[in-house]
Design a protein around this ligand. Structure first.
Ligand SMILES: [Zn+2]
Length: 348
């Protein structure tokens, strides 16, 4: 079968190659791949800046945002042929740490977790893949191929879940507004969940044109394009930071209303130090009970919550998040960023 492979650490090593069929030991569900979603992590891996191959070999099958149809499932697995499924990305570490032992592998403390298509395990970017039933998420037929958005939505569902947990430190927590920085797939999906919670949603992004402003407006959110001065008048209860840009982070850390919560969900590359008056940040955080926290990945409960959020969303709006559909043979195009990209999908 054909698979999208890469040699981690080696730039320009991505290729579409013949690989053996997945082994039964990789999971009892055999799945026919429909599509994979591409995100910044995939681009980093292809550029040789991230990722690791399974033990004992050089290449890694790429792809962690999946959607496929079950070809074969054992009786009693909870799955049947023709079911639409998405694979969970992370697997618990083998020790396991206390979090992985509790099924919260997204919180793994020893770093020995593995990730399909990213860290030590083959991904879903092959014509067929195998899944353990415990790491397969059933997709509603009504959502169909848009289920490829479940993985990025799981990341957002975790971020929102943790905002809720932190908010409950006060019985009076009753947020009314959220600012999302970055209108990529994660930002727009975070905005979707903000709207589903009945919040006033503001979205900030550098761009002023392309599909993002309209996607925000059609969600009932306010779009603020350009530089940070566009959001200088806002003091929302919650901020979900999805850009990873240092200047944006420095700004949003103290931009909330008092007792506000900032979730950092964007990953920075580092190496770009900026001048920051940390004493001033301290005063604003301490004297007004602000929280800034980081959030990554998601566990099974977050995939389920993400799938539920997508099931409640407008299908037309969701399909507009997918700005490019690239056939497998032209996979390179999918891994090259274009200015109006939101979510790019490779079709198998
Ligand atoms: Zn762990």
């Amino acid at each position: 079968m054909r698979a999208l492979t890469v040699i981690p650490g080696e730039p320009h090593s991505g290729s579409l190659t013949e690989v053996p069929e997945p082994l039964p030991g990789e999971g009892s569900l055999l799945v026919q791949t429909i599509a994979i979603g591409i995100c910044g992590t995939d681009i980093e891996i292809v550029e040789g800046r991230y990722g690791s191959a399974p033990q004992g070999r050089k290449h890694l099958i790429l792809g962690h945002e999946s959607i496929g149809r079950v070809l074969d499932a054992p009786a009693g697995s909870g799955f049947a042929a023709d079911d639409l499924v998405v694979g969970v990305v992370r697997r618990p570490d083998p020790v396991p740490c206390s979090y992985c032992a509790a099924g919260e592998w997204d919180m793994c403390r020893n770093g020995l977790y593995t990730e399909r298509g990213i860290k030590g395990l083959d991904g879903y970017g092959a014509e067929r893949f195998r899944l353990e039933p415990a790491f397969a998420v059933k997709v509603d037929d009504e959502l169909g191929d848009l289920g490829v958005l479940i993985e990025p939505t799981s990341v957002v569902a975790k971020a929102w879940g943790h905002v809720d947990w932190i908010g409950r430190r006060s019985s009076a927590w009753s947020p009314e507004s959220v600012l999302i920085t970055g209108a990529g797939p994660i930002g727009l999906l975070a905005a979707l969940m903000g709207r589903q919670r009945g919040l006033a949603v503001h979205i900030f992004d550098r761009v002023r044109s392309g599909p993002k402003p309209q996607l925000a407006q059609d969600l009932g959110a306010s779009y603020h394009g350009g530089d940070l001065s566009a959001v200088a008048h806002l003091s929302p209860d919650i901020i979900i930071e999805c850009t990873g840009a240092t200047a944006v982070m420095a700004d949003v850390m103290t931009r909330t209303a008092p007792s506000g919560i900032v979730c950092l969900a964007g990953v920075s590359s580092g190496g770009q130090p900026i001048n920051l008056d940390l004493g001033d940040v301290n005063r604003r955080m301490v004297l007004e009970n602000r929280v800034v926290f980081g959030s990554v990945n998601g566990n099974r409960a977050h995939y389920e919550a993400g799938a539920a959020a997508l099931a409640r969303a407008d299908r037309t709006w969701l399909s507009r998040l997918i700005t490019r559909l690239v056939p497998l043979a032209k996979w390179q195009q999918a891994l090259t960023r274009e200015p109006d990209d939101v979510k790019v999908i490779i079709e198998f």
